[in-house]
Design a protein around this ligand. Structure first.
Ligand SMILES: [Fe+2]
Length: 370
């Protein structure tokens, strides 16, 4: 039985009829040949987020990234007029003529696009979900913690792992105190709301642990620090968090905890009710390999206590991330046996259905053009 209201059609899946209800093939995640087609049709032709504008004022004042799927290193800098520009000089270590690359920003996030094929500006490309987030104080959440991992799976499989939340009470059972963990397993973790916009998707979920209803629901260190699985419990005292931008908490639910966005192809943004956010990037390096980057953004700590709360949230996030990616190499190997080739997906897996369809549609549309 559903814990939260479903659309009038009876299920989220049927609410988006373009997704269909058929079992889904994951051949797109186990074929080296298909990965080459994705490099050409997706990574060389869509807006890719490579970081934030704050990185342009730190260190050497440049933001450089080697993007394997594109086969190029891109460098972003501010020119003498203060405009943000990007260029690519070919592969790392090889000096080649420098070529300008399209570069635009949205709310301080720096995106590049290696193709001039599609003139759609970044803000139009990011669509309705991005517009609904505008005004969020991303520029004030500048305390950054980042983890990076080399993962032995197709890039889409890790997005899939973060695109459904019902695994949490089972896979992350050890993150909760024993009794609470059992209760959660009985209840299940169900999202409040799902939405799609072109190739992008989002889900909204409850967040009963920040702060918990009852302090016995969490571990002693979380009680002592007022921080944990869902980040620091208390909102930082910065403007822009009350009221929140209109796109957040679309179901207007009292127990709202987080909104998680997938901006196609490989950029996820997770905004948490207590005033911090996360980004995930999935950079493919082969059909069965990718580099994962998980980055946490907080308001700068004003006290040692703030700092320790952030550190606890960051190390707890690392534990979560390890639990999530722990399953991926096995998933990849299992899919590669092709013992089963089509998989039923449930109503909480519509973002997975949507991601594989969007990626496949991008490849098909590009190949139909050329
Ligand atoms: Fe997880």
């Amino acid at each position: 039985m559903a814990h939260f209201p479903k659309p009038p059609e009876g299920s989220w899946t049927e609410h988006f009829p373009e997704l269909g209800t058929d079992p889904v093939s994951f051949e797109d995640s186990i074929s080296p040949e298909h990965y080459e087609r994705e490099r050409e049709a997706i990574f060389r032709r869509t807006w890719l987020n490579i970081g934030r504008v704050e990185q342009l004022t730190a260190g050497e004042g440049r933001l450089a990234k080697h993007i394997h799927a594109v086969g190029a290193e891109v460098t972003v800098y501010r020119d003498a007029h203060g405009d943000i520009r990007a260029f690519t000089g070919g592969s790392r270590g090889i000096r080649r003529p420098v070529t300008d690359v399209r570069c635009e920003t949205w709310e301080g996030f720096v995106f590049v696009n290696f193709s001039d094929d599609d003139p759609t500006p970044l803000r139009d490309y990011l669509g309705r979900f991005a517009h609904g987030l505008e005004g969020y104080p991303f520029d004030r959440l500048t305390e950054v913690y980042q983890y990076r991992a080399e993962v032995g799976s197709n890039w889409k499989l890790y997005i899939d792992a973060f695109a459904e939340f019902y695994h949490a009470p089972i896979l992350h059972a050890k993150q909760y105190v024993g009794g609470e963990s059992k209760k959660l397993q009985g209840f299940g973790y169900e999202s409040l709301h799902y939405d799609l916009d072109g190739p992008h998707s989002m889900q909204s979920a409850w967040g009963g642990m920040a702060p918990p209803k009852d302090l016995s629901m969490v571990k002693p260190i979380e009680r002592a620090l007022r921080s944990g699985n869902f980040g620091p419990w208390d909102r930082p005292d910065i403007p822009g968090l009350d009221p929140l931008p209109p796109g957040l908490n679309p179901a207007r639910h009292r127990s709202w905890g987080l909104d998680s966005y997938v901006f196609f192809p490989n950029f996820m943004l997770v905004v948490w009710a207590p005033g911090w956010y996360l980004t995930y990037h999935y950079w493919p390096t082969a059909y069965d390999q990718h580099i994962f980057e998980g980055t946490l953004y907080f308001a700068p700590a004003r006290s040692a206590r703030d700092r320790i709360r952030q550190e606890l949230a960051a190390v707890t996030f690392k534990e979560f991330g390890l639990q999530d990616c722990n399953t991926l190499e096995a998933t990849q190997k299992m899919l590669e046996t092709r013992a089963v080739t089509r998989f039923p997906l449930n109503d909480q897996e519509i973002l997975i259905r949507h991601l594989h369809k969007s990626a496949g549609d991008h490849v098909a549309a590009f190949e139909a053009r050329v």
